[in-house]
Design a protein around this ligand. Structure first.
Ligand code: CAA
Ligand code: NAD
Length: 302
């Protein structure tokens, strides 16, 4: 732990040791960018199989990065991969793994009860100065932090998929997030190479509040038969300059994730037309057609 004075002369934590809980898609990406930036990382998952897979994918992704960064110096590239990998420890006990953390980033399942259970343990185990943060896509930061004592040292750090490629990080201020915590999160976000924006704890923050209704409108358009899936995607790629069309993106994010977010918001805001359930989305998810990860969603994948 090292501390330094912020401009407000209050103590601000300089983050060096980061513990990431959840070694899935997002957690492994967050571990990668943190290790690349020189942080000491502990990556935690309940499943050691998941941890083994994460380490493999982080290694592969780091090699991709090294090829680009050290095009003419392959030996330096190898050293970069080796050094970055050496900074990542893995563990299966979140409490134990948080004992020397300056920052804990949670990236486990999008379920409030499961997150509450975890944060209660983390609040007990992590050092007093440590900041606790959630990478939630759609839940409220204040609702998640309701179970911890250190509400001033709690906030949202919302990354985007794929984490090593997407340059944005949303820094979410809860009602009780202190200015020092906010500044520490902001500095940490910049140090791991992200461009940070600041937002309040409102549903979907900025990106998902715009992106999820957009994806849902595209599914509704397709459901009505107004255009083919391919044409909707071509339209938004060539007519609006998006790297992926909305239906490709729906499959990429996961139709179950899209449905989960929409259902949660619909329950909270039943009058909002944009959050109304979509029969086609419900049907595809019920059939196990979840998008890329299950081999079929709106499109079929080999
Ligand atoms: N890990 C690391 N690097 C990756 C990668 C991964 N998983 N996937 C792609 N890359 C790298 C490639 O190496 C390549 O690098 P260079 O250009 O430097 O060589 C670059 O990214 C582009 O990749 P590709 O050429 O393979 O493919 P592409 O040009 O089609 O790009 C994409 C792929 C970056 C995913 C792009 O299609 C894209 O930006 N799509 C939109 C993604 C998006 O909107 N994400 C947000 C989802 S919403 C969310 O995350 C929030 C939430 O809470 C649900
Ligand atoms: P994922 O299913 O790929 O990974 C979650 C991991 O958490 C799994 O490996 C699981 O074994 C592990 N886990 C579950 N409970 C645990 C616990 N109590 N302790 C330790 N590990 C536990 O999910 P993901 O896509 O990486 O999403 C994680 C979080 O990030 C969610 O809150 C999600 O909303 C958010 N998010 C997702 C995306 C996305 O596009 N997938 C983008 C931004 C944010």
């Amino acid at each position: 732990l090292s501390r330094k004075f912020s401009t407000s002369s209050a103590l601000q934590v300089a983050i060096k040791n980061v513990t990431i809980i959840g070694g899935g898609l997002m957690g492994s990406g967050i571990a990668q960018v943190s290790a690349q930036a020189g942080q000491n990382v502990t990556l935690v998952d309940v499943s050691s199989d998941v941890l083994a897979k994460s380490q493999k994918s982080i290694g592969d992704n780091l090699s991709r990065v090294a090829k680009k960064l050290y095009k003419d110096k392959p030996q330096d590239g190898e050293k970069f991969v080796k050094d970055s990998m050496a900074r990542i420890k893995t563990a299966t006990d979140p409490a134990e793994a948080s004992k020397s953390a300056d920052l804990v980033v949670e990236a486990i399942v999008e379920n409030i009860e499961v997150k509450h259970k975890l944060f209660k343990q983390l609040d007990e185990a992590a050092p007093q100065h440590a900041i606790l943060a959630s990478n939630t896509s759609s839940l409220s930061i204040d609702e998640i932090s309701s179970v911890v004592k250190r509400k001033d040292k709690f906030g949202g750090l919302h990354f985007f998929n794929p984490v090593p490629v997407m340059r944005l990080l949303e820094i979410v201020k809860g009602a009780e997030t202190s200015e020092e915590t906010y500044k520490s999160m902001l500095e940490w976000g910049k140090s791991v190479g992200k461009t940070c924006i600041t937002c309040k704890d409102t549903p979907g923050f900025v990106v998902n509040r715009l992106l999820v209704p957009y994806i849902c409108e595209a599914i509704r358009l397709y459901e009505r038969g107004d255009a083919s899936a391919q044409d909707i995607d071509i339209a938004m790629k060539l007519g609006a300059g998006y790297p992926m069309g909305p239906l490709e993106l729906a499959d990429y994010v996961g139709l179950d994730t899209n449905k989960f977010i929409l259902d949660g918001w619909h329950k909270k805001f039943p009058d909002q037309q944009l959050f109304k359930p979509i029969p086609l989305l419900n049907k595809l998810v019920a059939e196990g057609k979840l998008g890329r990860k299950s081999g079929e969603g709106i499109y079929k994948y080999d």
